[in-house]
Design a binder for this molecule. Structure first.
Ligand SMILES: NC(=O)c1ccc[n+]([C@@H]2O[C@H](COP(=O)([O-])OP(=O)(O)OC[C@H]3O[C@@H](n4cnc5c(N)ncnc54)[C@H](OP(=O)(O)O)[C@@H]3O)[C@@H](O)[C@H]2O)c1
Length: 372
């Protein structure tokens, strides 16, 4: 059952989004992104105005409303011009969607990007495309978050070949899939979205504790507001609802970030979780019929483009300073539900996750494991 209440309603609204900055910055990127959509929409508005005999002023007003409405949909923009030369950044699930757009931007800023993808053939192709455009240093590596063995072998390869990681962006995700299990017997959404990233982050921590500041960014979702942590039935053996399982995994992302912040207190690693907005991507592949084009096109009008969808990730990567509740939306700190701010729950989830992924505190996490 999705818990309803004022707390969840408040989580749905980022009370800080209406700032002067929101309406004064990012128009350049907005118009570049939206030129085509705005042209079509305003052509339609113009035609309707002409047929209905509206005055030019009235039609112009309607067109302005269309622009403002799309601007609100587009959300906050991160206008940082910060360069990332010399930094190594790992991004998970980045052969498509939000991850791919994130990699492109980071590469344009000079970062060396490790693309951690399960489909290495496609990732190699995407890396080559981005490299051609940015001239950047991109490496595609195999990572299947639905396999603990794959996570361990990816981490071991990084430890062997890469000295330092300055940023880890846990972006990969699967949504609303039918009941399926990962290689290790975990329910697919909790297994991929939370447990795979939980293990990966812990295994890469030794590469992040160096003299330069580092960041860990977990891409969560507003959907966390409908989530609970099913501590007694983490693999949904008793009952399964694909929607709730996704929301629960996204709540787990925020609680993981919270407990990580506690564990990393006093270190030079900052942690963030975020909601990217409602973004045009492949995420709804398990529920949307690809043949249903008109619905897809129409719903796209209410969604962000991928470039708009990466703005909060960029904000967390470039500008934000870690602060409670470690959850951001539209380039601003955002409100979360009470469960996402529950320290005791965050700690319990950590312990349960540690046990599920078989994280051995001694050998896998020691700084010496860098060379293992
Ligand atoms: N789009 C939205 O409106 C929205 C809203 C809120 C939150 N989010 C979050 O944003 C993140 C990115 O989603 P997106 O919208 O860009 O979706 P997407 O286009 O479906 O991309 C998801 C990425 O995750 C990868 N992935 C899935 N399972 C994996 C696994 N087992 N191991 C490694 N990689 C795996 C996918 O790889 P394959 O291509 O090989 O499947 C793909 O690269 C997700 O965490 C999602 O929950 C998105």
């Amino acid at each position: 059952m999705i818990p309803l209440g004022l707390d969840n309603l408040a989580a749905a609204v980022n009370p800080k989004w209406v700032t002067a900055r929101y309406f004064t910055e990012g128009w350049g990127t907005f118009f570049k992104e939206e030129l085509y959509t705005l042209a079509i929409l305003n052509l339609l508005v113009g035609l309707v105005g002409f047929v209905l005999g509206h005055s030019i002023t009235c039609t112009a007003l309607h067109m302005a409303v269309v622009v403002v409405a799309r601007r609100v949909m587009a959300g906050g923009f991160c206008c940082s011009s910060k360069k990332l030369d010399g930094q190594t950044i790992v991004v998970t699930g980045c052969n498509v969607g939000i991850g791919r757009a994130t990699v492109r931007d980071l590469s344009l800023r000079g970062a060396r990007v490790v693309m951690a993808c399960r489909d290495t053939h496609m990732a190699d192709k995407v890396a080559a495309e981005i490299r051609r455009e940015t001239g950047g240093d991109l490496v595609a590596m195999k990572l299947d978050l639905a396999s603990l063995a794959s996570v361990r072998s990816f981490a071991a390869e990084l430890r062997a070949n890469i000295g330092e990681i300055h940023m880890l962006i846990n972006n990969a995700g699967v949504m609303f899939c039918p009941y399926k299990k990962t290689e290790d017997g975990f329910e697919m959404q909790m297994g991929t979205n939370h447990l795979g990233h939980f293990l990966l982050t812990n295994l890469l921590l030794p590469l992040m504790t160096h003299s330069q500041p580092a960041r860990i960014i977990n891409v969560s979702s507003l959907g966390h507001a409908g989530g609970i942590i099913p501590l007694e039935d983490m693999n949904y053996e008793k009952s399964y609802n694909k929607y709730e399982a996704y929301f629960n995994s996204k709540l787990a992302n925020i609680l993981f970030t919270r407990q990580l912040a506690k564990k990393l207190k006093g270190s030079n690693i900052q942690v963030f979780s975020l909601h990217p907005g409602s973004v045009q991507s492949n995420l709804s592949r398990h529920i949307v019929n690809k043949g249903n084009l008109p619905t897809g096109r129409l719903s796209a009008l209410l969604m962000k483009t991928t470039v708009e969808g990466i703005q909060t990730t960029l904000y967390c990567a470039l500008e934000a300073q870690q602060q409670e509740p470690y959850y951001y939306s539209d380039c601003n700190i955002a409100f979360t539900i009470k469960a996402a701010r529950d320290d005791a729950l965050a700690e319990r989830l950590w312990l349960v996750s540690e046990e599920m992924v078989g994280l051995s505190k001694t050998s896998e996490l020691s700084p010496d494991s860098k060379t293992q």
